[in-house]
Design a protein around this ligand. Structure first.
Ligand SMILES: [Fe+2]
Ligand SMILES: [Fe+2]
Length: 246
């Protein structure tokens, strides 16, 4: 994969930073791979990037915190872009723990992670000291049995992973409609599991009333996040019903 020389850093909510690496030759208009740092007494990273991106991501992170101070390594689900560099970060940060849903720990991480992971129950909160993240199980949404999101309660930031994934290299934080570009990317990639639970799971996230959506691929969004989640759920409800009817 060709990469631009660096990883861009932007603060998308107070003390929440987006690290973004654009890969121009992926798809028609390129694709971003984003990680998020919550800078608190116990710094938390959401997504590690793939192993090959560790030099880029870790050097961008080192501009924000001492890597050795990293306390929590988290991600949406088991895939290389979400967690490929997990063990590289465990090696670089001796006090860091991987924190993931109990199911994902049992199925994969107890074996894959170089140190034992910290399993989280649905709804469990990690108090980072200045920021609080709630773990929410979203099995198979957008994909993966172990899938989950994190909700940072102090700033109202939903770390929603691959939800709202879109092509191109837009601004770090946008107020433009995130639903149409996400629906277009879904038509291209077909990355999301279409099950009867897909739309209801996304609608439940709207109930959190987020202020900001931290998006793994594409621009993060601030604005009517609950409305955007409902509209995204409508798209998946329509796709599911088309699939069932045939
Ligand atoms: Fe994914
Ligand atoms: Fe992803």
């Amino acid at each position: 994969m060709a990469q631009t020389p660096g990883t861009d850093v932007a603060e998308i909510a107070e003390e929440i930073f987006r690290l973004s690496t654009f890969v121009p030759d992926l798809g028609p208009t390129g694709f971003t791979f984003n990680q998020f740092l919550i800078r608190a007494e116990q710094p938390l990273l959401f997504h590690t990037g793939p192993r090959a991106m560790f030099p880029l991501v870790s050097s961008a992170l080192a501009g924000l915190i001492e890597i050795s101070d990293l306390r929590w390594i988290t991600f949406g689900h088991l895939e290389s872009d979400e967690c490929g560099a997990m063990n590289s970060f465990l090696a670089a940060a001796p006090h860091a723990e991987v924190a993931h849903g109990a199911m994902g720990c049992m199925v994969s991480l107890n074996d894959l992670a170089d140190r034992p992971p910290r399993p989280l129950a649905d709804g469990e909160v990690l108090d980072l000291g200045g920021r609080r993240v709630r773990h929410i199980d979203t099995p198979h949404v957008p994909h993966g049995w172990d899938a989950r999101v994190l909700f940072e309660e102090t700033t109202g930031t939903l770390l929603c992973g691959d939800l709202f994934a879109s092509m191109g290299n837009g601004p770090a934080l946008s107020t433009s409609d995130p639903v149409a570009p996400a629906d277009e990317a879904e038509s291209m990639f077909h990355a999301t599991c279409l099950t009867p639970a897909t739309a209801p799971t996304i609608r439940a996230l709207a109930g959190l009333n987020p202020v900001t959506l931290a998006v793994m691929h594409g621009s993060s969004f601030t604005g009517d996040c609950a409305g955007a989640l409902q509209a995204l759920a409508d798209c998946y409800a329509a796709r599911h019903s088309d699939a069932v009817v045939g």
